[in-house]
Design a protein around this ligand. Structure first.
Ligand SMILES: NC(=O)C1=CN([C@@H]2O[C@H](COP(=O)(O)OP(=O)(O)OC[C@H]3O[C@@H](n4cnc5c(N)ncnc54)[C@H](OP(=O)(O)O)[C@@H]3O)[C@@H](O)[C@H]2O)C=CC1
Ligand SMILES: CC(C)(CO)C(=O)C(=O)O
Length: 446
C-alpha cells in the first residue's frame, strides 16, 4: 500500500481553479502529477510553482509539473476545463492513457461524460459532482474558500473497477470524497443549484446573498428548478420533490459570494452558460416542451453580454506540402473524425499561426520546413467544416522533398499524386485541395 502512489502518473487537463487544487492536493500526497494549463497561469506554475491558500489546509506552496499539453501516457487524466472547452481539450485523450488508465471529469454540467465518450469508451470515464469553492486569484495562486465532498461514481453501473481505483487514490490524500451509487442523479442535483443561482446572478450582477433575500427572485428560482426537474425526468433521472424545493435556500449564508458565472463575466472570460442551461432547454425541446424561464434567462444573457458570451471558433492550422514530383502529403488521422487529412491542428495559446503550422507538420510527419518558406493559401471558417465544433483554419502551403514518418495524431503519412487523392478525406480538406490545385493552374497559365 505504501508504494501504491509512486507508480501512478496523473495529468490534470485544464488546470484552473478546480484542476490546480485537486492536482495540487494529489501531488502533496506524493502522486506524480502534471498540470496541463495555459496562459499566465501556466507560466506562473512553471516558474514559481503552485500556491494553494486554503481555509482548511492553510497556505501550501507546491512544486508541481506543468505543461501546455498532454505528453506521453498517464494512468489517470482528470478533466477540469469548463464544459464548453471539453471537446477541444479531449480530442487526443485516448492516445495518452495507459492500458488500464481512466479519465475523471471534475466538472459541472451533465453532458461532459457524453462529450468525452466521443474519444474514449464510456466505461473509462468517471463522472463527478463537486460543491467546493475555488478560484484562481492570481496566476499560480488558487483560493480554497469552501469545502464540499467530491462525489463520483460509475457512469456504467455494471463496471466499478475504475471507480474503485480512483477511490484508492483518493484514500491516500486528505481530500473528502464519497462514492455515489447514482452519480447521474447527483450530477442533476448539482445542476439544479447552478441553474437556480448562476444565470440569475450573472444577469442581475448580484451576490448570492442579495439574490437569496429577495422573495420575487426566490420564486423565479423555484420555477427555473422545476424546469430542470422536468428535463432530468426525461433523461431517466428522478430528483425528489423535497430536494428540488429546497434548492433556492441552499445559497443562504453565502452572503457576499459571487457565483462562478458572475466571476467569469467580471474577468472577461466566457462563462459556462451553455453547459449549465442548454441541457434543460434542449432536453425539453426534444420532448416537444418549452422551458420558458430558462429560455428567457438564456436569451437575456446572450443579449446583455453580447460578444463576451458568443464562443469564438477554435483556431486551427493546416499545411499543404507538395514534393518535387507534384505529389501532396496527407496523414491518416488517429482520432475522430477519421480519414485522410492535411497535417495540422490547434494553435496553442500565445503561438503565431505560421509557427503552429510548421510545428504541427513536424509533430505529425517529422518534416521540418522554415517558416520563411511557407505561403498563405487562405482561411477556412465554414461553421459546419468540423464535426467536433466550429473551427477556423488558416491554411499554408510549402514545397518540401523530405520523407514523411507518421507520429503524434497521425497513424500514417504518405504522398499522393493529384489524381489519386483518397476518397475518405476529413473536414473540408477536399475543398482546400481543390482550391490549391485551382490556384496552381491559374499561376501556371499566367
Ligand atoms: N471553481 C469552483 O469552485 C467550482 C467549479 N466547478 C466546475 O469545475 C469545472 C472547472 O471550473 P474552474 O476550475 O472553476 O474553471 P477555470 O476557468 O478556473 O479552469 C478551467 C481551466 O481550463 C483551462 N483550459 C481550457 N481548455 C484548455 C486546454 N485545451 N488546454 C489547457 N487548459 C485549458 C482554462 O484556461 P483559460 O483560463 O485560458 O480559458 C482554465 O484555466 C467547471 O465545470 C466548473 O463549473 C464545480 C464546482 C465548483
Ligand atoms: C454558487 C454555487 C455554489 C452554486 O451555483 C456554485 O457552484 C458556482 O458558483 O458555480
Amino acid at each position: 500500500m505504501a508504494e501504491f502512489h509512486s507508480d501512478k502518473k496523473i495529468a490534470v487537463l485544464g488546470a484552473g481553479a478546480v484542476g490546480s487544487f485537486y492536482g495540487g492536493m494529489l501531488a502533496k500526497s506524493g502522486f506524480d502529477v502534471t498540470l496541463i494549463a495555459r496562459g499566465k497561469h501556466l507560466e506562473a506554475l512553471q516558474s514559481k510553482g503552485l500556491r494553494i491558500e486554503s481555509y482548511r489546509y492553510g497556505n501550501l506552496d507546491l512544486q508541481v509539473k506543468a505543461d501546455s499539453k498532454l505528453k506521453g501516457v498517464y494512468d489517470v487524466i482528470i478533466v477540469s476545463t469548463k464544459s464548453e472547452d471539453t471537446a477541444a481539450a479531449c480530442e487526443n485523450i485516448g492516445n495518452h492513457l495507459s492500458k488500464n488508465g481512466f479519465v475523471v471529469s471534475l466538472q459541472n454540467g451533465v453532458d461532459n461524460t457524453k462529450t468525452i465518450s466521443q474519444f474514449l469508451p464510456i466505461e473509462k470515464i468517471i463522472p463527478s459532482r463537486i460543491y467546493v469553492g475555488l478560484s484562481v486569484t492570481a496566476p499560480g495562486v488558487v483560493k480554497h474558500s469552501a469545502e464540499g465532498i467530491l462525489g463520483f461514481g460509475a457512469a456504467d453501473k455494471t463496471d466499478k473497477s475504475y471507480v474503485d481505483a480512483f477511490e484508492r487514490i483518493l484514500s491516500e490524500t486528505e481530500l473528502e470524497y464519497k462514492v455515489e451509487e447514482d452519480i447521474l442523479q447527483a450530477q442533476w442535483k448539482k445542476l439544479l443549484w447552478n441553474l437556480a443561482f448562476n444565470p440569475l446572478s450573472a444577469l442581475l450582477e448580484s451576490t448570492c446573498g442579495k439574490l437569496s433575500h429577495d422573495e420575487e427572485i426566490n420564486d423565479l428560482m423555484h420555477k427555473i428548478v422545476e424546469e430542470g426537474v422536468r428535463a432530468a425526468r426525461y433523461r431517466g433521472v428522478d430528483v425528489p420533490e423535497s430536494y428540488a424545493v429546497s434548492v433556492p435556500d441552499r445559497i443562504k449564508g453565502l452572503e457576499n459570494f459571487k457565483t462562478s458565472m458572475l466571476q467569469d463575466i467580471e474577468k472577461g472570460k466566457n462563462p459556462e452558460i451553455d453547459g449549465i442551461i442548454l441541457p434543460v432547454i434542449t432536453t425539453l425541446k426534444d420532448h416537444g416542451q418549452n422551458a420558458p424561464y430558462c429560455e428567457t434567462i438564456y436569451k437575456s444573457l446572450k443579449f446583455k453580454y453580447g460578444k463576451k458570451f458568443i464562443y469564438t471558433p477554435k483556431l486551427t492550422v493546416d499545411m499543404i506540402v507538395e514534393n518535387e514530383t507534384g505529389e501532396i502529403l496527407l496523414i491518416k488521422r488517429k482520432n475522430p473524425p477519421h480519414g485522410w487529412a492535411l497535417p495540422g491542428g490547434f494553435v496553442d495559446y500565445g503561438e503565431k499561426t505560421e509557427d503552429a503550422a510548421v510545428r504541427e507538420l513536424a509533430e505529425e510527419t517529422g518534416i521540418s520546413v522554415s517558416v520563411n518558406n511557407i505561403n498563405l493559401l487562405g482561411v477556412y471558417s465554414d461553421p459546419s467544416r468540423d464535426p467536433r465544433g466550429h473551427t477556423a483554419s488558416v491554411v499554408y502551403y510549402v514545397k518540401a522533398n523530405a520523407e514523411a514518418e507518421a507520429a503524434d495524431d497521425a497513424k500514417e503519412a504518405s504522398f499522393f499524386v493529384k489524381n489519386n487523392i483518397p476518397e475518405d478525406i476529413a473536414f473540408d480538406h477536399r475543398k482546400i485541395l481543390d482550391d490549391y490545385f485551382g490556384k496552381l493552374s491559374v499561376r501556371r497559365k499566367t
